[in-house]
Design a protein around this ligand. Structure first.
Ligand SMILES: [Cu+2]
Length: 131
């Protein structure tokens, strides 16, 4: 009798533990530190390219976060004029860039993402909806 009760009790505990882990997982996935879009400076067939992009829904958001990585051996510029972003990313650096909603030009649906240091650096684009 006592054994049966304690088994039932430990089963209940393991359900609670599983739920707690699942909740923690959800909080992590949707929480702080997650980027809305990723851009990576890479070399493709001899050209330097900002690879990445996507579409971000701005509805109900105060800011967006971009994860920018430079895998190359020199500094590369990262600019989005219509979001007031202009950065220089060091070789091997990974940087999270937060853009406040107020800096995003809402008259533009597709934002040009380019490297201001090198005219030949191939640009990418980022779409923003729900503004
Ligand atoms: Cu560049």
């Amino acid at each position: 009798m006592t054994k049966k009760l304690s088994l039932a009790h430990s089963a209940k505990l393991s359900v609670i533990a599983t739920l707690a882990l699942a909740l923690a997982g959800c909080a992590y996935m949707g929480g702080y530190g997650q980027e809305d879009a990723k851009f990576t400076a890479v070399e493709v067939e001899g050209s330097k390219v900002w690879q990445g992009g996507g579409t971000i829904d701005l509805k109900g958001r105060d800011s967006i976060t971009l994860k920018v990585t430079n895998t190359l051996g020199a500094d590369h510029g990262f600019s989005i004029d219509t979001m007031k972003v202009q950065e220089v990313i060091k070789p091997g650096e990974e940087r999270m860039i937060t853009v406040p909603r107020g800096n995003i030009d809402t008259s533009v649906a597709e934002h040009r993402v380019y490297g201001q240091l090198h005219p030949k650096h191939v640009a990418a684009s980022l779409k923003v909806t729900g503004q």
